[in-house]
Design a protein around this ligand. Structure first.
Ligand SMILES: [Zn+2]
Length: 323
């Protein structure tokens, strides 16, 4: 047999083998992709179903429900609900979210995936997600609602900062710790950038369903209740034909407010430091009349109120009410 013919035959055999291997691999790859997609789709759907079918349990008071085995429902007015949250602030290691329905005086848990604060790559991360699909259902069924969440008093960041030895090698003394804690708790009054972003997106969603309704967002923290909402002008500003444009406006809005908040926090921090220094000096000098600690707390609250009042703009309104 001619050697070229043998080579040609081998080439054709190799080529057809390669094509069939490629086709086989392609089918295997497609099958894996399809199976993975089907599996993922089934898992995602199952999770969604679980979330929707989460058993609803009526409780006596608000709790931080990190296990998410059921959805807690509490019947009590806003004032009594806030009293529950104030207790939770001290004990809870996770943030929790609820929707308060004023007409029914009902609290519905909407937080999920709550995880305690963790240190990851020198960053302190706390996670809580909103059950968005369930929130949308509540928005469709109710024309008035308040979305609440808590900023707990304890955080790992503060504890680790206070325990860290300073440059001079000394640990913080009791007075310094008191100061750090007061300053930290003052900052917890303000919404985070993520809080603002969620609020704007959910407000737009709400008014899409309830043009004449009323929605508001509130944080319960150590020094009081902070309410943050999008004004009518803010809503008109965000509306856009393109989703991308809309998101761009929300991001710019959040950054502007966050910048103004940082300035307000800085000014408030200086004032609180002065108040504490004055209080501590008075405490050390026994001949002087002692300043009442509750008077000091009242001073803090009015300083925080002044700071928060400077942050609102035409689009976002932030107000603070001390307990
Ligand atoms: Zn928050």
């Amino acid at each position: 047999m001619d050697i070229t013919k043998i080579k040609d035959k081998m080439f054709v055999t190799n080529l057809s083998g390669m094509v069939s291997r490629l086709l086989k691999n392609f089918f295997i790859f497609s099958w894996i992709c399809l199976s993975f997609f089907c599996h993922f789709y089934r898992v995602a759907n199952a999770l969604e179903m679980d979330e929707q079918n989460r058993e609803r349990v009526v409780l006596e008071g608000l709790i931080a429900n990190a296990e998410n085995k059921y959805r807690s429902i509490v019947y009590k007015n806003e004032k009594r609900g806030v009293a529950d949250m104030r207790k939770l602030l001290k004990s809870s290691r996770v943030e929790e979210c609820w929707v308060y329905l004023p007409e029914e005086e009902k609290w519905v848990e909407i937080g999920r995936g709550e995880t305690p604060e963790k240190k990851v790559d020198n960053r302190y991360i706390t996670k809580v997600s909103l059950d968005v699909q369930f929130l949308e259902e509540l928005m469709t069924e109710n024309s008035s609602l308040v979305v609440y969440h808590i900023h707990p008093t304890y955080t790992l960041l503060l504890e680790e900062n206070m325990n860290e030895r300073r440059e001079d090698g000394h640990a913080m003394n009791a007075n310094e710790r008191e100061k750090e804690r007061a300053l930290f708790l003052m900052r917890r009054v303000f919404p985070s950038e993520q809080d603002l972003g969620n609020m704007i997106e959910n407000t737009m969603e709400f008014y899409g369903k309830n043009p004449y309704g009323n929605v508001s967002f509130k944080i319960s923290s150590h020094y009081g209740i902070t309410e943050y909402r999008l004004t009518e002008k803010g809503r008109a500003h965000v509306v856009s034909n393109s989703y991308f444009e809309c998101m761009k406006k929300i991001i710019v809005m959040c950054r502007t407010i966050k910048h103004d908040m940082a300035v307000a926090e800085e000014i408030c921090e200086q004032k609180i430091r002065k108040t504490i220094n004055l209080f501590q000096r008075t405490k050390m000098n026994s001949k002087q009349k002692r300043r009442n600690p509750s008077r000091i707390k009242k001073d803090f609250k009015s300083q925080i109120e002044n700071a928060v009042n400077t942050v609102s703009n035409d689009y976002v309104k932030i107000t603070y009410v001390p307990y």
